[in-house]
Design a protein around this ligand. Structure first.
Ligand code: ZN
Length: 173
């Protein structure tokens, strides 16, 4: 299109076209070509601007993806570290339990395991200030008297939740 405009302009400048009608037509075509060229340049400019803004957006999103990925990597590393710690702790606790369980009479251990299954993982509870720490209920006076009268070897049970009650210095007896 530009070449055609140049060619038209050359024809006009050369003086080869002499008829006023042809001259006018040539002039009109040059004007029309110039306008179209201007329009197309506007379109090209707009496309370039859009491409630039799209590139900026790509860069921004790439950066955000990188940041999120870094966070995810960090969280994964921390999760794995925590998981290793928990595994080690679980192994230690399992070993400790084995030692303690070995010192508990078999029938008492059987009762404890049964209660533990029935009572959501807690088979024995501390008696603290006359309250069963398993179900949080306070023992009534009769129960307190029964506990007081029981020998230290007697296996006590909570009347409410049936868990094994463990007496301590803070039992409030
Ligand atoms: Zn209880």
């Amino acid at each position: 299109m530009r070449q055609r405009a140049v060619r038209d302009q050359q024809r006009l400048d050369s003086g080869a076209v002499s008829s006023p009608k042809d001259l006018e037509s040539l002039q009109r075509e040059i004007t029309s070509l110039a306008k179209r060229q201007g329009d197309l340049e506007d379109v090209v400019l707009e496309i370039m601007e859009r491409r630039e803004s799209a590139q900026e957006r790509v860069a921004e999103l790439t950066e955000r993806v990188g940041a999120v990925q870094a966070k995810a990597d960090d969280a994964t590393a921390r999760r794995d570290a925590a998981s290793r710690e928990l595994d080690a702790e679980a192994a230690t606790v399992a070993k400790d339990r084995e030692v303690v369980a070995g010192a508990v009479p078999a029938d008492l251990l059987k009762l404890y395991d049964k209660l533990r299954t029935q009572q959501g993982g807690v088979g024995a509870a501390r008696l603290y200030q006359r309250r069963c720490e398993g179900c949080r209920l306070e023992l009534n006076i009769t129960e307190v008297n029964d506990v007081k009268a029981a020998s230290p070897d007697t296996v006590l049970r909570c009347e409410n939740c049936h868990r094994i009650l463990v007496r301590t210095a803070d039992s409030g007896l």
